[in-house]
Design a protein. Structure first.
Ligand code: B12
Length: 215
């Protein structure tokens, strides 16, 4: 298993889409734990790519190739992840997306998949989502929760704009707002008046469950 995780991480580091695809398929064939392979294999790889890019060891095309390899593996693993978790009664409706100006969608999609696997109804707006779209969609779907991802320090303020817009439309109290993405933390969530922050997809599920607990 350790070797498999290392190979998954390495395929992302190498930006090798074919290898990532092959390893994702092997994960399913050998019935390996999908979430563990994602988190400790492919995600470790993409984080290392980010670190090496920051240190100037890798260049932007290599960052893009790493992300493409990661996405390839996720395309194969996500349906299995969803199917493997226990479905329950509809637990609530969550609108999720990455805020405008920001095209990072790997983490957001992982959070959406895990929430869906845990019985939540999900409307995934994708990436680079305008502030108003989050609120329009929450109103239209009568959603319980808005989950906003931001991976850039320059796009984080957009998360606050969504909260401001909910307040402008006098519906802030009706909708729980949670934020996440690498530059966010508890302090940021508190500072902008969000209802919570979670650092990974598993914590995000626990947080939404807690926030939407009725009674
Ligand atoms: C892959 C990647 C890319 C890919 C994105 C591909 C895609 N489709 O997503 C590409 C190559 C396109 C890219 C582009 C850019 N990137 Co980039 N990228 C990354 C990288 C390496 C990994 C991100 C990732 O996918 N991680 C894996 C996932 C699983 O983790 P995650 O996103 O953190 O998500 C988890 C948690 O954060 C949480 N979570 C995420 N969202 C949410 C939401 C909620 C509500 C909750 C509760 C939780 C939650 O749960 C997730 C699952 O566990 C990061 C480095 C890093 N350490 O984050 C840089 C990084 C985010 N990028 C960076 C930059 C600067 C850029 C560019 C501006 C580069 C450029 N010069 O063009 C562009 C941005 C363009 C834009 N307008 O958005 C910087 C940001 C710096 C900063 N402080 O603002 C980083 C940090 C790299 C660095 N170290 O400098 N990038």
């Amino acid at each position: 298993m350790k070797k498999h995780l290392e190979e998954c991480a390495q395929s992302v580091l190498d930006g090798d889409q074919d290898k990532a695809e092959e390893l994702a398929e092997l994960t399913l064939k050998d019935s390996l734990p999908v979430l563990e392979v994602i988190e400790h294999g492919f995600v470790s790889g993409i984080r290392e790519v980010g670190r090496l890019w920051e240190d100037g060891v890798l260049f932007l095309p290599e960052l893009v190739m790493g992300a493409e390899a990661m996405k390839k593996a996720m395309e194969i693993l996500q349906p299995a992840l969803e199917a493997s978790s226990e479905k329950q009664e509809k637990a609530g409706h969550v609108i999720i997306g990455t805020i405008e100006g920001d095209i990072h969608d790997i983490g957001k999609t992982l959070v959406a998949t895990m929430l869906s696997a845990n019985g939540f109804e999900i409307t995934d707006l994708g990436a680079d989502v305008p502030v108003a779209d989050f609120v329009d969609e929450a109103e239209k779907k009568n959603a319980d929760c808005i989950a906003i991802s931001a991976l850039l320090t320059t796009t984080m303020p957009g998360q606050k704009k969504v909260i401001d817009e909910l307040e402008n439309r006098s519906i802030r109290k009706k909708v729980r707002v949670l934020v996440g993405g690498a530059p966010c933390d508890e302090d940021w969530a508190e500072q902008i008046g969000a209802d919570g922050y979670a650092g990974d997809a598993v914590a995000a599920v626990a947080l939404v469950k807690r926030l939407l607990k009725k009674g």
